[in-house]
Write a new protein. Structure first.
Length: 292
């Protein structure tokens, strides 16, 4: 029995070696960003896998950290798993912070159809500063239903999701219900995609491949100007050395005239010798007529 348990433990450890990591890609409504990574033995096991991230992780907006988005994987290509939006929710601590004593909370649940034939369930929430009557709550709930249906019927799914997350729909509900009862806070607490008409198309290029293409042309212009500015500073250095040699030549030129006066001293000696040779010639001419 001990041998079998050890062999089974080894098999469990070996399964992790066969697993690979896949990038989870958001739909186009969120710019096809990378949401995270997930391991799997085969791409088929990633289908219908659900991941959850906050709006802060995607957009970087700190004020939206309490909103959680849920995505489901529908296709895998290469090392990327592509997803589509299936709903959103708010953290429980944020909702508890809004609902306190001596305040009334009005919830609503509405199933609406979008412009592109997607069935979405939307759950708004309205909070008043004080306790209100049930008749006012029903009037607020009816007003919320009318606004949610009108917003969904004139927008596609991506536009509707943006309206719920960014607070555009909540503002319209608060303004419409002001005549019934001033509301302290209105939020779209939760949404669910009940039926999708068509899965989103997968882009031909992944978000990682797109930035790689402009990198190569950017490197060539940067390299060319770097070499040219290095060469010109070398030329002025050579020019600066030239004037240093010039004074040496002038010094040599100044030394040559000092040696020049030595040459006439040598030429003066033969002149004296020529005068001595002439004197004996005159003496010989005077002696000849005396003998005759």
């Amino acid at each position: 029995m001990a041998k079998k348990s050890r062999a089974a433990a080894r098999k469990v450890k070996d399964k992790w070696k066969s697993k690979t990591w896949y990038n989870i890609i958001a739909p186009e409504m969120f710019d096809s960003r990378i949401l995270g990574e997930t391991p799997a033995d085969s791409p088929e096991k990633l289908i219908n896998r659900v991941t959850e991230v906050t709006v802060q992780d995607i957009t970087g907006d700190f004020s939206k950290m309490h909103i959680k988005l849920r995505f489901k994987v529908h296709d895998v290509r290469g090392g990327d798993a592509y997803t589509y939006f299936i709903g959103h929710d708010m953290t429980s601590d944020y909702i508890r912070r809004l609902t306190r004593r001596k305040k009334s909370r009005t919830d609503g649940t509405f199933d609406v159809m979008t412009k592109d034939d997607n069935l979405v369930r939307i759950k708004p929430m309205a909070i008043a500063e004080r306790r209100i009557q049930s008749s006012k709550q029903s009037a607020i709930r009816k007003k919320m239903g009318n606004i949610v249906k009108s917003e969904a019927s004139g927008k596609i799914l991506s536009e509707l999701v943006r309206s719920m997350i960014m607070g555009e729909m909540s503002k319209k509900i608060a303004v419409a219900c002001r005549s019934i009862q001033p509301l302290q806070r209105v939020e779209i607490r939760k949404s669910e995609l009940m039926r999708i008409s068509k899965l989103p198309d997968i882009p031909e290029k992944t978000p990682e491949e797109e930035p790689e293409e402009p990198e190569t042309p950017e490197e060539t212009p940067e390299g060319a100007p770097e070499e040219t500015p290095e060469e010109p500073p070398e030329e002025p250095e050579a020019a600066e050395e030239a004037p240093e040699t010039a004074p040496e030549e002038s010094e040599a030129a100044e030394e040559t005239p000092e040696e020049a006066p030595e040459e006439p001293d040598v030429t003066e000696e033969p002149a004296e010798a020529s005068e001595e040779t002439v004197e004996p010639a005159e003496e010989v001419e005077e002696e000849e007529p005396a003998e005759s």
